[in-house]
Design a protein. Sequence first.
Length: 355
Amino acid sequence: MVEIDPDFIQPPERRPKPNVIEAENIPVIDLSPILDNSNNNIEKNPLVYDELVRKIGSACKEWGFFQVINHGVPIESRERTEFVGKKFFGQKMEEKKKVRRDMVNVMGYYESEVTKMVRDWKEVFDFTFEEPTLIPASIDPDDKEVAHWYNQWPEFPPEMRDIIREYAQHMKKLSIKIMELIAVSLGLPSERFNDFFKDETSWIRLNHYPPCPNPNIVLGCGRHKDTGALTVLAQDEVSGLEVRIKSDGEWLLVKPLPNAYIINVGDLTQVWSNDAYESIEHRVILNTEKARLSYPFFLFPAHYTIVEPLKELINDENPPKYKPYNWGKFLVARKRGNFMKLDVENIHTGHFKIT
Ligand SMILES: O=C(O)CCC(=O)C(=O)O
Ligand SMILES: [Fe+2]
C-alpha cells in the first residue's frame, strides 16, 4: 500500500463504503418551458409552468437537489470552461502557485483545502463573480469597514479570464431562474429573492481531483453542505459526487448525465424557507486511475444581507427556526476558517439554529 500523508486520512466512520451505490430516480427537470425562445413558454402554456414549479418544489423538499436539462447554457461555453480548467491544472506546481490564494487574496489557486478537519485530495481555483466583490473587512460585528475581493487571473491559459467570465454570466442567469421557480414553489412572488443578489458575493470554483492510490480512506472533498442560496454544479464524465439522501441517510453516487447541471439547495434557501427545503450533504469519492474535474457556481447574496426565515413563511404555528445573521460576516469567518487547518471546526449555518 502506498503511504498517504496522515492529514488526508478520513476517520473510519467517514470513509467511503466498499460498494458504491448509484443513485436512481434523482429528479431530472426539463427547464425548456422557461427558456427565452421556448415554443412552450409560460405565457403560451401556464399549465406547463405550474407543473414545472410543482416538480421543483417536490425535488427541493424530498431530495434537496436535482438535475436540470434544457437549461439554456450553451454547451460550447461549458466545454471551453472545462478545457481551460484542465489546461490550468495540467501546469507545473510552481506556475500554479504564482496565483495561489492567501489571507488577503482569497481567490486563486489552492491545494490544501480542509473539510471537517481532514485534508481534501484536490486542488482548486476560485474566481469571484463581481470584480471587485464587496465584503466586510473583518469578522468584528461592529466593524463597518468594507474590503474588496479581486480575481487573480493566471498567465496560462491566456484565454481563461474571458472564458470563465462568460461562463459565469450563464451560471448567474440560470441560478436566478431556478431561484424564481423556488420562490413560486414556496408560494412567493417569483422575484422575491432577486434583490438579495444585487451586490452578490457569488463565485465559481474549479475542482481538480487527481487519481488517488488509496481511495478507500481518502476523500476528494469531505462531507459538507453548501452554504449559499444554491449551487449549480457541472461535472466531467468521471463520476465521484455522492449525496446523502434524506429518506434513509445512504450515500449514493450521482452518475454524470452529459450536459446536465446538478442543483444543490444551499443552507440559505433552507433558512429563508424556514426548513421547508433542506440543503443536502454531499462529498466526493476518488479512484485510482482517472482525474476528475467539477466546477460549481455558488450563488451568494450581498454581504450586507441579514439572513433569516422569510416573514411570509413564518407564523405562530411555524415560528422562525433560525436567528438572523449577517451574511458577509459569516462568509469572512468561513474564509478565515479555511486557513485554520486541522484543529478547529469551521463556522456553519447550524450555529444559528434556534433549538
Ligand atoms: O466535485 C463535486 O462534484 C462537488 C464539489 C463540491 O461539493 C463543492 O465544491 O462544494
Ligand atoms: Fe459542495
